[in-house]
Design a binder for this molecule. Structure first.
Ligand code: TXA
Ligand code: MG
Length: 321
């Protein structure tokens, strides 16, 4: 796998290749959304089940009617307010959209990313690109080109290096294909911002609603066991575990206990946006620090922490205290 420029990437994509590209959220694994053979390579590289639907990434000003039909006015309103940006809209699919993109569902996920290199790539390529996060299925999403290279996925033709992603967690997903707008995945664009614009509350997904790997309980998971712990309990727990000879990694919002041996302590940031922008690289770092256990401070219950809280809960699923 090699680092490539935009023109090389666009040529490879037109040829049915697979290219990892930066976005403002996380790195995506790009392929021509109109080419089933190219999309198949993306599933193979990720080791992802074939019936999981993919997001189509579009250049700014691409008419939504090329990809969707029966588009509600709410879709145009959200697109106008938040695109380019970290928001994905689920709409009724246009008949020309292939089953490899939609996982055979009658809806399609669309997003106009806000990153100069992604937009340059989409313009040079001239069509829609599928772009699941550029990690192996179930692993932590990459937020740097180095993370993508570290995944060592075969069948990738190149990586565009766009630096560290500024948002750092995947886009907010809103389903507008049914009668009620539904929040499928929280993200940097908060539910209350969307609700304010729509003038209606967002519903939560039904249990049997569309297949969405990001919605599986255990996802984005490091290999080291994670314990989610209230701030006030961290110090005692760290002291007790290190006393038993365990090597402990800690992800807390502030630096708390620098004077304990045998710990790796990361201060993760005090605001939700800073915290989210570094969350995946922090988890990767700690996962590679050869710890027996990772202690992660549980996050506040306020709305503006909803997205990083959601990702942490998934990372810690099965291992919560
Ligand atoms: O920020 C992002 O959205 C990143 C960057 C690269 O753009 N992409 C990303 O893709 O997170 P992925 O494939 O890792 O997650 C896409 C999510 C999945 O949970 C998938 O099931 C859901 O979107 N999705 C895609 N199409 C859908 C559809 N038609 N209906 C419901 N959910 C859908
Ligand atoms: Mg993903």
């Amino acid at each position: 796998m090699r680092l490539i420029d935009i023109d090389t990437a666009a040529a490879l994509l037109r040829d049915g290749g697979v290219v990892a590209f930066p976005t403002e959220t996380v790195y995506g694994l790009g392929a021509d959304a109109s080419n089933p053979r190219a999309i198949k390579k993306v599933f193979t590289a990720k080791g992802r089940p074939h019936d999981h639907p993919l997001i189509v990434h579009l250049a700014t000003h691409t008419p939504l009617s090329l990809w969707a039909q029966n588009i509600p006015a709410t879709a145009h309103a959200l697109a106008h307010a938040f695109w380019p940006g970290p928001l994905t809209l689920i709409l009724q699919r246009h008949p020309s959209v292939n089953d490899w993109v939609t996982g055979g569902q009658d809806t399609v996920a669309l997003r106009v990313p806000n990153h100069p290199l992604t937009q340059a790539l989409l313009s040079a390529f001239g069509g829609g690109l599928v772009g699941p996060s550029a990690n192996r299925f179930g692993q932590i999403s990459p937020t740097t080109a180095a993370h993508v290279l570290h995944e060592a996925m075969e069948t990738i033709d190149g990586v565009i290096d766009g630096g560290a992603c500024t948002v750092g967690i995947e886009s907010t997903i809103v389903d507008l294909s049914g009668s009620q707008p539904t929040l499928l995945r929280p993200g940097h664009i908060r539910a209350d911002e969307i609700e304010a614009l729509l003038g209606t509350p967002l519903q939560s997904p039904h249990q049997h609603s569309p297949r969405a790997p990001g919605m599986l309980a255990k996802h984005y998971a490091p290999h080291t066991p994670i314990l989610l712990v209230e701030k006030d309990l961290i110090d005692t727990l760290v002291r007790s575990l290190t006393h038993q000879g365990q090597r402990v990694g800690v992800l807390a919002r502030e630096a708390l206990s620098p004077f304990i041996n045998n710990i790796v302590w990361l201060s993760a940031g005090l605001t939700p946006n800073v915290y989210a922008s570094k969350l995946y690289s922090n988890l990767r770092y700690l996962d590679e620090a050869h710890c027996d256990v990772l202690i992660v401070e549980s996050l506040p219950l306020e709305n503006d922490w909803a997205a990083p809280r959601d990702r942490l809960a998934r990372a810690a699923a099965n291992e919560r205290l």
